[in-house]
Design a protein around this ligand. Sequence first.
Ligand SMILES: Nc1nc2c(ncn2[C@@H]2O[C@H](COP(=O)(O)OP(=O)(O)O)[C@@H](O)[C@H]2O)c(=O)[nH]1
Ligand SMILES: [Mg+2]
Length: 455
Amino acid sequence: MSKLSRSLKFSPRLNQHKSLLRWTLISTCLILSSYLLHSFTNPQDSLTSHHDTAQPRVLQPLPGLPTKKRNKKHDPERWLAEHSDMTHYETGQEWFNDRPKAAIISLVRNEELEGILQSMWQLERRWNRRYRYPWIFFSERAFTEEFRAATRNVTSAETSYHLIPNQHWLPPEHISTSRFHSSLAYLGTLGVGKGHLLSYRNMCRWNSGFFYLHPALAEYDYYWRVEPDVHFFCNIPYDPFRFLRDNEIAYGFNMNILDDARSFASLWRRTREFMDMYPDLVHEDADLEWLVDTYGNGGEYNNCQFFSNFEIGDLNFFRGKANMKYFEWLDSEDVGGFYYERFGDAPVHTLSVALFAGGKDKAWYFRDIGYQHDIARHCPRPEVRSGLCDCEATGLDENFYKLVPMESPQRKPEDSCLRLWLGGEWLEKEDGYDAEVERTLGGDGLRGYVRKEFE
Ligand SMILES: Nc1nc2c(ncn2[C@@H]2O[C@H](COP(=O)(O)OP(=O)(O)O)[C@@H](O)[C@H]2O)c(=O)[nH]1
Ligand SMILES: [Mg+2]
């Protein structure tokens, strides 16, 4: 049989194979292109690893957290176990309607458009794309059309833009301009971060005492504060707002670090005066133990703070009598601490939560939310990730010195701020380690811990 006749003889079968092959190819192409189209239009899905969808990891209870005061009514870890599912909330309208009244809020300037777009894009991709909580922007100056259009474009959630009234932004009348300007010059000379900036004082004051009073937030119960140029490294497979609401938690943070004490020299003294004036406003479960030095200058504020550029909180706590009165005192003619010093909203919120919210049960360490603000960066270890993260794990004490370098003569707490907050076995040192000896030799005495990281 010639080659030709052989090929002719087999040609009908070959043709059958060919058409089968063609169909297989066409359908593969179709499947592939629809997948590609889907992942381009739904960027979140391409970030969702198999372990996120199939087997979400959940936070384990924090070993070492003091249990004596734990509120037995709630079990936040269990809540997370039951609600950490990337697909959980996509199933219907019911969850959408039952969302807490919550908003993502940002105080920002028109000039910071690029920075806020980057923050928004990451938080949308990592989380809000599935939840569609509104973005609410605030500024003392009108937002430009460019700012509005660009920010609207990054989210499918609603956006709104609000002016801050002058009486919430500018120094109150009782502030002496010359004394205020001396403080700007003084803190500027000392090199206290942004101590010379007039606008920074307004900002700290607004974030301490006024954001929660803005009419645009009147109908809301929870807020998540987002700044320009921050980063979110991890997918968040649950709703932190719902988490706070269901577990009756007032305040969520993810960094707890040392602040520059020169910016609020009299804050602790003024706070103690407030506690003396209004003892009834201090919560019976108030927990100041982690904030007050027990060694050296015993009884002084140790300058630890929830780093408030990341915070998720309960607006009703801030609108409550205790917090409002506390702010009024710090802002009063007697104190004027936002202008005569540079009281920051971070230490003010920290002290307020510690004093008036009711113990550690009322605050939550969102250690699974990877986040960066400027040089401070938190990235969870693989063991405590609740979703896929694109970052390298950072150490437990990593950010402690970000605002106050170790070399600074400022008195340091006995343990890093986060360890003090965690308490319990997080403070235990290895046998033979002597912090005093290390300090004498020029170290900081913050070594030798038995528990080095979360597991
Ligand atoms: N509208 C407005 N926003 C401000 C002003 N100053 C600071 N902010 C915002 O307030 C937040 C904190 O300010 P930032 O300079 O980042 O302070 P830092 O994080 O303490 O260094 C950011 O969201 C800023 O965009 C201001 O004068 N006007
Ligand atoms: Mg900032």
